[in-house]
Structure formats: C-alpha cells, structure tokens
Design a protein around this ligand. Sequence first.
Ligand SMILES: C[S@@+](CC[C@H](N)C(=O)[O-])C[C@H]1O[C@@H](n2cnc3c(N)ncnc32)[C@H](O)[C@@H]1O
Length: 215
Amino acid sequence: MPCNCCEIIDGAFGEKEAKSQLKDYRRKGPAKQTRLILEAIRSLHLENAELLDIGGGIGAIHHELLEDGASTATHVDASSAYLKEAKNEAARLGHTNRVKFIHADFTDVEANLPRVDVVTLDRVVCCYPDFHRLLGAAARHSQRALAMTYPREAWYFRMAWPLMNFLQRIRKDPFRVFLHPVPEMDALLRREGFKRVAVRRLFVWEMVLYQRAVD
Ligand SMILES: C[S@@+](CC[C@H](N)C(=O)[O-])C[C@H]1O[C@@H](n2cnc3c(N)ncnc32)[C@H](O)[C@@H]1O
C-alpha cells in the first residue's frame, strides 16, 4: 500500500532514472558497490538461499543471485518505477515465479513477511531517516546473513551531505539523504545477534557483511 515514504521516494526514484539504471545494468552488469555485496554473499557458499532485498531498485542483486545460490527472492521497494523495471528484467530472465515484488516502505509491511536466509540493503539506509527502525526490522528478518552498502563516513561526505539536503530544500523536493553513524549501525546489528565478517570500501560506498553469531 502506498505510504508517505513511497510518495517521497517515487518522486526521487522515478521512471527516467529506473530505465536508465536498467539500461546500464544490461550493458555493464551490476554497479561496483553491488558487486561487493554479490561477492560477499557468494563467499558464504549458500545453496537454495531465500533472499530478501530491501530497496532493491532495478533488482540487480536478485537477478544475479537467482542464477547461483538463491532459490527465491522477495523484493520490497518504495519506488514503483524501480519495481516495474525490476519485474520486466525478472521476466526476461525467466525469474518471475521465483520473485515476489512488494511496493511498500519495508517498515510498514515487515510484520507480514517471513524470515529468510539473507537480507540485502544496497544504498538504502541512506534514503531512510530512521536507521534503527529499518535496520532493526531488516536484521530480525535474517536467519543467516545481512549485507548492505552505505556512504562512507569520510570527512568529505560529512561536509557535502548538508549541502545536498540544502539543495533539495531549495528545489522543494522532500527527499533527503542521511549519513547515519556507522558505529551505531554496527552496535544495533550486534545487539540483534550479528557479527561483522567483512568490510570493503570504495571511494563513496562501504559494504559490510554480517553473519548471525553462533555460540
Ligand atoms: C539509491 S536507491 C538504490 C537502489 C538499488 N538498491 C541500487 O543500489 O541500485 C534506494 C532504493 O531504496 C528504496 N527504499 C528506500 N527506503 C525504503 C524503505 N523504507 N522501504 C523500501 N524501499 C526503500 C528506494 O525505493 C530505492 O529503490
């Protein structure tokens, strides 16, 4: 069901951007930071894993993992334009029957979704104001692993971030970007029973892989 978050995000991640991203994906494959998530998940050597991709955009993660390692995927996304392109690509790849698409703010629908093996959030937490709510719910849905990317907490982003949001305000665009504190996100995931097993960095993005800690 469309929510306020969906309305804001539909404006920010619209048809033009979605089509252009799918075109790029078909031409060049997954983006660099997405490749880091894929490598991290593949390093776990899971078989027939159930995947939950939150804010999956045009669906690169499940398009790739349904070819090796994953049996099914649920893609929850607040952008209807991205979901439409993800569905088109899933159909082209013959994955339609293995992916469930849900147009929603994940935090609004999570109570009705089952736990899965792997949860991914690629460049999603920085679009959402309340990382406690989003990541806490994401973590509770993962039985084995959670991988995500977010902007690095580098000094140049700390300086640029307020400027980006200032420009959004001037444009009268309600969409905002969030540079959440990495140690606090890490602490939250540890409290939910995960341990961080990999960190990889690009200039803009940091990728982290968490696994459920076993006693
Ligand atoms: C920057 S895009 C990233 C898309 C894709 N993961 C990628 O890396 O190309 C952010 C995505 O997160 C989705 N999103 C943000 N907050 C969300 C939420 N609370 N629930 C579901 N989707 C969300 C947006 O709709 C959008 O598709």
